[in-house]
Design a protein around this ligand. Structure first.
Ligand SMILES: C[S@@+](CC[C@H](N)C(=O)[O-])C[C@H]1O[C@@H](n2cnc3c(N)ncnc32)[C@H](O)[C@@H]1O
Length: 218
């Protein structure tokens, strides 16, 4: 674990950006959406977490957690298991921390998702990544990092926009989400994740425009 990238909610409320992190670029097309339409699109994040298979007592990662929309229910669902929330943006991570201030099992990591194995203190049962995978330049490389961070039999869930035209995916009367060209079918995701040492176990529809692809570490 890299000390400079990890902090615990009990000892830190301010996040400074370490030099090596400041040079790491955000994945393209992964800016955190505005709260109004995000809440309208994802009114029940806990239901999504249950559908992809999170359970009490699991140790889990919310990879690229943003402002913590999924992190707070994740902490509550897996308790007393631990939740690590990782993001490269200190302001968003701070908002996630604030939202989870009453969760004793919350741990924040300011860092690059590609460095996940170096940033957690123990292998985890489940890595959850929502609304970000479409923008990752080296998707198999990122999946390898998740594989190294996972226990034997660990799971990796990717929540992604279906490959539909952006004009069709409206929320609050506006087209939303990444450009049509960046969207992937579940089969596209399978082809880039399985070479990292995972097997696709299930694909489920979540929300009006997304699927959850759940992989097992083999
Ligand atoms: C579209 S937001 C999704 C946030 C959250 N998963 C959700 O669904 O509500 C994508 C997030 O990925 C983060 N991100 C982008 N590139 C990253 C990287 N290389 N390492 C860690 N976080 C990254 C961004 O800062 C942003 O918070």
């Amino acid at each position: 674990m890299s000390d400079c990238l990890y902090y615990d909610r009990s000892v830190s409320t301010r996040i400074s950006l370490p030099m090596n992190v400041s040079k790491a670029p955000l994945f393209p097309a992964t800016i955190m959406p505005d709260k109004d339409w995000w809440q309208a699109l994802w009114p029940d994040p806990e239901a999504v977490l249950r559908e992809v298979g999170l359970e009490p007592e699991m140790n889990v990662v919310d990879l690229c957690c943003g402002d913590g929309h999924f992190t707070k229910p994740m902490c509550q669902l897996v308790y007393p298991g631990k939740t690590w929330a990782l993001d490269l943006d200190p302001d968003l991570l701070g908002r996630a921390e604030q939202g989870c201030r009453d969760s004793p099992n919350f741990h924040a990591i300011l860092g690059d998702a590609r460095e996940l194995p170096k940033q957690i203190s123990e292998p985890v049962d489940f890595v959850f990544m929502a609304n970000t995978f479409h923008g990752v330049p080296d998707k198999t490389g990122l999946s390898r990092a998740v594989h190294r961070a996972s226990k034997p039999g660990g799971r990796f869930a990717i929540v992604n926009w279906y490959r539909r035209s952006r004009e069709e995916t409206t929320v609050l009367d506006q087209p939303r989400g990444p450009s049509t060209a960046l969207r992937m079918d579940p089969e596209d995701v399978r082809q880039v994740v399985e070479p990292a040492g995972f097997e696709l176990k299930k694909v489920i529809a979540v929300g009006p425009y997304h699927y959850g692809a759940v992989f097992l570490k083999i």
